[in-house]
Design a protein around this ligand. Structure first.
Ligand SMILES: [Zn+2]
Length: 147
């Protein structure tokens, strides 16, 4: 399956896979990741996760894009405060592989979203304004504009 971009949860497949959620934070946010605390500066973020439960990617993204929820995962702190602008989706994909594709982007807080992962420093990346994503990501975003 190719990487696709979905602007909303309803346009995402109800299939299992991995995603990178695009979030925009309007003002700095105090967050925790386990025992670590940090301040996320205002700006854009990409959070890599996977959805293998009922409803697949569509159900997971709908939860992320909903404001009022009990904070269960690290990312809930951010999705409760930030605006979700869409998600890059790879049906059948792996969250750590998506995260690895974003290795050029900075990690804002060690351990954020990756407490059950031995491979990644964090599953959250800061996406500085104007920073290019890998070409297949940029192509997915362009393709979504014309559908
Ligand atoms: Zn990982």
């Amino acid at each position: 399956m190719p990487l696709i971009f979905c602007a909303s949860a309803v346009s995402a497949p109800a299939a299992p896979g991995a995603y990178a959620l695009w979030l925009r934070l309007a003002s700095p946010l105090d967050v925790r990741a386990g025992t670590r605390r940090g301040v996320l500066p205002a700006g854009d973020y990409l959070y890599c996760g996977s959805a293998n439960g009922p409803g697949g990617l569509r159900a997971r993204l709908a939860r992320h894009m909903r404001k009022n929820k009990r904070v269960h995962w690290h990312i809930d702190q951010l999705t409760s405060a930030a605006k979700a602008l869409g998600a890059f989706i790879l049906e059948g994909g792996n969250e750590c592989a998506l995260n690895a594709a974003l290795a050029a982007l900075p990690v804002p807080l060690q351990g954020f979203g990756s407490s059950d992962c031995r491979r990644c420093a964090a599953h959250l990346r800061f996406w500085p304004e104007g920073a290019a994503l890998p070409s297949d990501w940029e192509n997915a975003r362009k393709a979504a504009r014309f559908t």
